[in-house]
Design a protein around this ligand. Sequence first.
Ligand code: NAP
Length: 325
Amino acid sequence: MITTPLDTLEEVEKIINDKALPFDVAIIGGGPAGLTAGVYCARSGMRALLVERALLGGQVSLCSSIENYPGFPSGIAGVELAGRFEDQARKFGVEIVWGDVQKIEIEGGLKKISLIDSYYSAKTLIIATGTEPKKIGIPGESEFRGRGVSYCATCDGAFYKDKEIAVIGGGNSAISEALFLTKFASKVTVIHRRDAFRADKILSDRAISDPRIEIMWDTVPESINGSDGVESITVKNVKTSKKQDIPVDGVFIYIGESPNTSLFKDLLKLSQDGSIIVDDRMRTSAEGVFAAGDVCHKNFRQIATAVGDGAIAADSSRKYLENML
Ligand code: NAP
């Protein structure tokens, strides 16, 4: 790394003062919504901070392939798309820091963000904390997590080369990841509680016609069994009540997402499912606090809708600072 010696004491003081100044906007969460908000804020001249606790790109980084984000007609790996979002945000000067936010306080016009060992303040806040995979709550799920139970095919799929696995769920995540898992597994059994998938037709048709995928309709999992690792899953047909044990080496669970809003439950108005209620300008119930992406109460959670939310939240945040909102 090349370093330039600081010329004057004034220069040192300026850096210290700049650090102490509140950011124009603090964005919590570095998925598509947060990174897009960062790009728009930074490009409009705002001093933007983005705090991410784990992986830039969020859940997108864990998607094996994305086929419905415009601009990539042949599809793009989630991790590559996430990398592009990150490059763009950095290019325009978004300051990205890693840390687990412990507390958010609103004092007067300032939003105070406490991490484990650091602290930031900002004039506006954009919450883009996304969602996390829902747990199914059956015996064996937590016991075998990381030893055969997974919520991420991209991370763990390769461990199941020539093995048999089960995927639970019937939404877009379950079906697209079941298709991805056929690259490794000798057989993928999709266990779905109804007789039709919630997933888009194009994905559903692909899974139904894939000879490596067996679909158990009207079936719910009852327990995941094994000793050192997963050896089988016990399932029940909800129409006949017939139970059976299916031998599998791994179980991938994709039954939906829960919003990451525990930090905000005393600060903001949340919906019954715990997501943040926003208006069409992505305003939350608190002054100068906006939300974007999957964490919001909405009907359609997609990368395309998350980036749209991020752009609107950034625009609202800027207009709020300029007293135009
Ligand atoms: P989702 O769309 O909510 O689907 C959840 C699936 O799990 C549903 O099939 C549901 O069954 C089933 N399920 C829920 N609770 C269950 C339980 N307790 N036991 C058994 N099955 C249960 O969730 P998702 O697939 O994770 O997707 C989340 C959001 O991201 C969606 O908006 C989705 O469209 C989006 N997404 C989009 C793409 C894409 O466009 N390529 C890819 C991934 C995700 P029911 O159908 O019977 O309710």
